[in-house]
Design a binder for this molecule. Sequence first.
Ligand SMILES: [Zn+2]
Length: 317
Amino acid sequence: MKKKLGKKQKKVILGSAITLLLLILLALGANPEVISSISQLTGYPISVNRTTEEPNGNKLSTGHLNDTIDLTQNLVIDYLDVGQADSILIRNQEQSMLIDAGKNEDGQKVVEFLQEKGIEQLTYVIGTHPHEDHIGGLDDVINQINVENVYMPKITTNTKTYEDVIEAIKNKQLTIKVPKKGDKVVLGDAQCEFMTEPIETKKNLNLSSLVTHITFGQTSFLMMGDAESENEKSRTWPKTDVLKVGHHGSTTSTSEAFLQQIQPELAIISVGKNNDYGHPKDAILKRLTKKGIETYRTDEKGTIELISDGEKISVSE
Ligand SMILES: [Zn+2]
């Protein structure tokens, strides 16, 4: 006797069939990103994170982008691929921080990335310094996403890019907070500290970069903006697991003495393919390699996502 299936049963069978199909595709070695997008479309999430623990006891492991991360347990950092520019999203619990928003042309891309991640409100937005490759997309972000706090250095400039950001901030009735060295903010269960007193000179805006150190459990991250050796020399530094390399891997930054103090396990370079500046410079890459520091670049990997559970950090690409 033929039994007619109820809607619910049909859905269960369809779900199992799709799950089976995805598992077969995965077993056959299909691109996990394709599988990930199929599973998103069908609403049957399959984790494709192939995170494996490395045997040498360090904190790093590699895997693939995973959209089902538990933010109550993990700190998640995305170094967005915005070409020759910076934009970094940091999330834990219900809170989020955006450090820079790429160039003017990247604004919409950053907004869409935030929307994809389900972010309706940013707890903190940091514009590290007033160069276009850092604050270019900030006006789009501020205009389209609710922002609670904006941090920028005191220095101003008279570019259209900068004025657009100031206008967006005014329109949203926000005020710019200028952090001092040692100021701390809480991001979920993570602690963020502003590490340097910006050096305010119109001759070189890079020196005004806000530098942020983030601690989550036993793991730590340093966000350099475009800070240079002069900023590096201005203090002593704590040993830190992950370094966002200053100034896109330029020789102006990441001095030997600085690296010696940080001793990172992993370095991230936010940089554009075949950029006009020749970033990252070979000398810096060699300096990192010589110290056994694993280096990930956005021009090679696209957006890089780090997930920390407070003890270990996994890298997704
Ligand atoms: Zn820059």
